[in-house]
Design a protein around this ligand. Sequence first.
Ligand code: BGC
Length: 775
Amino acid sequence: MKKLAIIAAMALAPLFSAQEMVYQPVQSYQTQQYKAKKKAFVENLLSKMTIDEKIGQMNLPTSGDFTTGQAKSSDIGKKVEQGLVGGLFNIKGAEKIRAVQKVAVEQSRLKIPLIFGMDVIHGYETTFPIPLGLASSFDMDLVQQSAQIAARESASDGISWTFSPMVDVSREPRWGRVSEGSGEDPYLGSQVAKAMVYGYQGKDLSDKNTILACFKHFALYGAPEGGRDYNTVDMSHVRMFNEYFAPYKAAVDAGVGSVMASFNEVDGIPATGNKWLMDDVLRKRWGFGGFIVTDYTGINEMTQHGMGDLQTVSALALKAGIDMDMVGEGFLSTLKKSLSEGKVTEAEITEAARRILDAKYDLGLFEDPYRYGDTKWASKEVFSQKNRDAARNIAAQSMVLLKNENHLLPLKKSGTVAVIGPLVNNALNMTGTWSVAAPHRKSVTLVQGLENNLGKEVKVLSAKGANIDDSAKLENIYAAHGKLTDRDPRSKEVLLKEAVDVARQSDVVILAIGESAEMSGESASRSDIEIPQSQVDLLKEIKKTGKPVVVVLFTGRPLALSNIKDIPDAVLNVWFPGTEAGNAIADVLYGKVNPSAKLPMTFPRSVGQIPVYYNHKNTGRPLSAENTEKCIYERFRSNYMDECVTPLYPFGYGLSYTKFSYSDVDVSDKNPKGNQTVEASVTLTNTGNYDGAEVVQLYIRDLVGSMTRPVKELKGFQKIFLKKGESRKVTFNISPEDLKFYNADLVYDWEPGDFEIMIGTNSEQVNTQVVHWSK
Ligand code: BGC
């Protein structure tokens, strides 16, 4: 009887309980004894390895095609047998991975297990919002939860290493890869970087539920000239350290186990061959102890950069600090020759192999090479209802309300709603860029989401209304990676007419417009970031019906919305929400969730303003505050004759269905000294008609310095939930740590003087108090 009861209880218990939040690097949980054991094991293994086997560990081919399972019989399979492969990436499925691992641990001489990597960027099969959307939540517990779930799902399916998080700061919305990062701010980017690393790696890398993280792309990949992917980057060291490096360093401080080098050059040397970056900054200055992998064929591309032939650039990469060569096999094909010619040393090769073996040891792969990946486990974990519920919540928390005239939103659950737009019935596009493992057809479309959630209360009508772009050629380019947009062959006029007819039968129109999934992401730079004309025309036609219009904006980047912003009554920016897109959008539109997300990246008025970002310098000729606000041109000031200097929507902007009021800022001491902590607080009141959350933001400006300082920098945020009518005191503790910056000698310190302490609802609307901080 008792035995039966226990078995029944076990059956009811979840297979793997939810992981607790982690706020410490994984290494901090490793004991001295563990480290000594690992060292002895890896040393012993290295002592048995030939030079070929060491170089083999440094080789990372792609499986090539992760849908057909070729690895065993291919050339890669032979190399695995010969010990010439350290890991494989983008091979999917527990069984397939197990089969390849079997070759490594049964047929190779030293039986060293492979590490299996994948671009698990914003979820595995259960897909969360694109990373820019995740950052918009300003909720680090949710960001961490998304990474934990991604880790569990991918680990159960055989993956032990993800090429995430991407932490490149970017002020360049023309660059399609802004969708993969956390936007423009080094502080927010650092918080997200930490949360993601903790989420993936947990407390113990050998725990089956955790995987190795890899931050990318080191470094400065987010600052390509003209926003063109892979393009040249050039900036001062002071700017790198103060404005771009923080999230990389935060990931290191969070104990990230691996790093991916970027494609671009830094100081005229490609990052993949840049010793200053990888050795001086990453390893020596920041103390990074893991391994560095190139990006896809990063070594080979150095020949195109003009750095020499494959042998030369492979040696350059090794000497600069690269440990693993992704895809290009420059290491595999040339390092031995370079060794015999004295161009690299055996110690350099051994060191690289050691770092990779260390990671495999930490992952527990030597103890059990099949630890990750188990079809039974995967069938329970992957795409589970529990994970999808979490994805739905996180998606709703990532949607930014940009406009809501006359409180059109939340919509009432009655009458007829018209759902119009090129993607309203398109499941393939809901997860956005980089969702290689997602079962796209199972994503919830907008029409499905509304039907699922409105039941019989609301009649849902739908129409396509327009293609993504009038140009079939461009639309084809936009779907280059296969997320088809179901181009409608009917004429523009016929599509418009059908949509207008549907709108006329409705009480309100939900018009989903913007980008398709692959208009952002890798190799998806745009020189024009407006909504394509086909969809602007659709919006204008629908507006003529006189029906209230809610724009649901799908986008992977900040768009220039000046030409449409006045037309709709409400705009909800949903980014690409992931697997649960339609359900989460319905939750927000109909008020189950009150939006609280904020923009992690400035929305410009026009492409000509780019780069436009909140933490800019003042210049010697700033436009007066009054003229800035009123958009009045002034001669011999830093402004445009034909455009305002302010953006359309600033960093940190986002509305709620309720309203929040801020009191003046109160500081505990206006004349602090030395290492004192000052409390800066406001009273936040929910003065509107709904319960809701507000992201309270703290900015600081250093008014006088040995170098010019930004007009403001984000230094803290808190997401505060208040019931309707409720008030709360919100306090930030400020210490000199928050005042530090890298000076002209790249020394990180603070300087005494006056500081503006600003607290508010976005980077433009703040209340200010000045403190004088002396040493
Ligand atoms: C991207 C990386 C990615 C890698 C492997 C590259 O093209 O730049 O971000 O991790 O491919 O798929």
